[in-house]
Ligand binder design. Structure first.
Ligand SMILES: Nc1ncnc2c1ncn2[C@@H]1O[C@H](COP(=O)(O)OP(=O)(O)OP(=O)(O)O)[C@@H](O)[C@H]1O
Ligand SMILES: [Mg+2]
Length: 239
């Protein structure tokens, strides 16, 4: 391949939606929320998804994150049609290749910060195998939490952490298996702006350091402007 051909090699889509439709049953009617969404998340890019409340952003993110099924259409994850794979394989992909950060953290209340972060390994390995590798997992989780400024919060339970601290724990959990893709649905939407900015700086640093493909939903124009690319969704369609 010539140097010029290499320079214009097309970007690789790690995650893409093709013709995604999603309907929910409401009473005896089907309410269509996504009307055929096409989008790509390229390797290593920081992509902002914006749009008014109710546009369908979270619905789309749950499908891209393999947390919910589309009514029709395809999600390609690293070239594979994710919803045509056996459920176990899809669960493996969700565990190993994707990290998801929610607006409301979704931490397990009964577990400490450290235990919440190692949860993906517990789920992946099952109890027995997890116990064998426990020290290594805990060491890795601790490193992440320390990098996120939570050195003195390792054994705290979520209710004894501030919102910003909870979201940092949730980010550490999302990054635990070093996934190439992270999906974040308004990760600082529930935090005051100063705290949100700090939490987001950490996420952006990780994105750059790990060359993550990061899909970020935000209502904040300023934040979206810091992403390499912006896409807009309205009434169930990418505009
Ligand atoms: N399980 C469900 N059953 C019925 N309707 C649903 C369901 N989940 C979402 N919806 C509807 O789908 C639409 C899109 O919701 P979604 O949460 O995806 O919007 P959003 O773009 O993320 O909004 P926001 O910016 O407020 O988070 C809304 O009108 C919502 O009421
Ligand atoms: Mg939403």
């Amino acid at each position: 391949m010539s140097e010029q051909a290499q320079a214009v090699a097309p970007p690789v889509a790690l995650l893409s939606a093709v013709g995604i439709k999603k309907s929910f049953a409401v009473g005896d009617r089907q309410l269509e929320i996504l009307h055929g969404v096409d989008m790509q998340l390229y390797a290593g890019e920081l992509l902002a998804l914006m749009g008014p409340s109710g546009a369908g952003k979270s619905t789309l993110l749950h499908i891209l994150g393999l947390l919910d099924r589309p009514t029709s259409g395809q999600v390609f994850l690293e070239g594979q049609r994710a919803f045509e794979l056996p459920a176990e394989r899809r669960a493996w992909l969700r565990n190993q290749r994707l990290g998801f950060v929610f607006q409301f953290y979704h931490l397990i209340a009964e577990l400490t910060a450290l235990e919440n972060v190692v949860l993906p390994a517990m789920i992946h390995q099952g109890r027995g195998a997890y116990r064998r590798d426990r020290r290594a997992h805990e060491h890795k989780a601790e490193e992440l939490l320390v990098r996120f400024g939570l050195k003195d919060r390792l054994t705290h339970r979520p209710t004894t952490l501030s919102g910003g601290e909870r979201q940092r724990v949730a980010m550490a959990r999302a990054l635990f298996h070093d996934p190439p893709i992270v999906i974040a649905d308004e990760p600082v939407g529930n935090l005051d702006s100063a705290t949100g900015e700090k939490v987001l700086e950490l996420l952006f640093e990780e994105q750059a350091r790990r060359k993550l493909s990061l899909l970020l939903v935000t209502h904040d124009e300023r934040l979206a402007a810091r992403c390499q690319r912006q896409i807009y969704m309205d009434a169930g369609q990418i505009s």
